[in-house]
Design a protein around this ligand. Structure first.
Ligand SMILES: C[S@@+](CC[C@H](N)C(=O)[O-])C[C@H]1O[C@@H](n2cnc3c(N)ncnc32)[C@H](O)[C@@H]1O
Length: 232
């Protein structure tokens, strides 16, 4: 795995504090009793998936796994693995869910592996929390951090062995102090992997652009791509 893919672990506790959760409506497509969550990180999505089901939370980074394991949930099995190689038996899962992690996997291998572990008609749900850059001050923060300034277009993916994807959009907001918003930007891999002086300059410019505020409601759109395993 690349340095960027493993860049989260050193920041695991900050990450857990300030990264967004997920709006419950975004999880509506999840079906059945055995959910495999891939790239579970510190468990921001796991906590929402678990009630009433068994969740196998797959995470390759030991520092992220340690935070998730520390929660000690009996309905969650935390395991080492990757999207390309899931430690789950063939046909066992009712749903495979990625929260903010599909872009880290090799998609052809990961889709084939999701298909292997899913039962017929099982659901593959890919979620991303996208900052709502149609809001001026949100777009300005992304500009300062070198992150995308245009609203990204999400199109259904064509994945072998799955029905054509459906795209869902769920808008929501995360209340944050300005300190935590600056910390949030420090957890983005495109910021955290910069040279320290450059990273600090970016973070200070973000803080300066929010001068006069102590809290914000940070707007997200949670985008979901829903695919169903075709039989056979
Ligand atoms: C942006 S974090 C998302 C964590 C969590 N799902 C969330 O919503 O907060 C991406 C996660 O994907 C993991 N990851 C990186 N490469 C992976 C791979 N090939 N297979 C599975 N997970 C991977 C990283 O270790 C990290 O925990």
């Amino acid at each position: 795995m690349s340095d960027r893919a493993l860049s989260f672990g050193r920041l695991a506790e900050d990450y857990d504090r300030v990264r967004p959760g997920y709006p419950p409506e975004a999880l509506r497509p999840v079906v059945g009793n055995l959910v495999v969550e891939v790239g579970a990180g510190t468990g921001k999505l796991t906590a929402l998936l678990a009630p009433g089901r068994r969740v196998v939370a797959v995470e390759p980074d030991p520092a992220m796994r340690a935070v998730l394991d520390g929660r000690g949930r009996r309905d969650v099995e935390v395991v080492d693995g990757t999207g390309e190689r899931l430690p789950v038996g063939t046909g066992e899962a009712s749903a495979v869910v990625y929260g903010q992690s599909w872009h880290w996997v090799e998609p052809t291998a990961a889709a084939a592996e999701a298909r292997r572990v899913l039962a017929d008609h099982g659901v593959l749900l890919l979620l991303w929390n996208v900052p709502d850059v149609s809001v001026d001050w949100v777009r300005e923060l992304n500009r300062l951090a070198g992150l995308p300034e245009a609203v990204p277009e999400f199109a259904p993916l064509e994945l072998a062995g799955f029905s054509p994807g459906e795209v869902r959009h769920v808008p929501w907001q995360q209340p944050l102090t300005v300190d935590d918003l600056v910390l949030l930007f420090s957890t983005f891999s495109r910021v955290s992997t910069r040279e320290p002086a450059d990273r600090d300059r970016v973070l200070e410019s973000i803080r300066a652009s929010l001068a006069g505020r102590s809290t914000v409601s940070y707007p997200y759109v949670c985008v979901g791509l829903v695919h169903r395993r075709t039989p056979g």
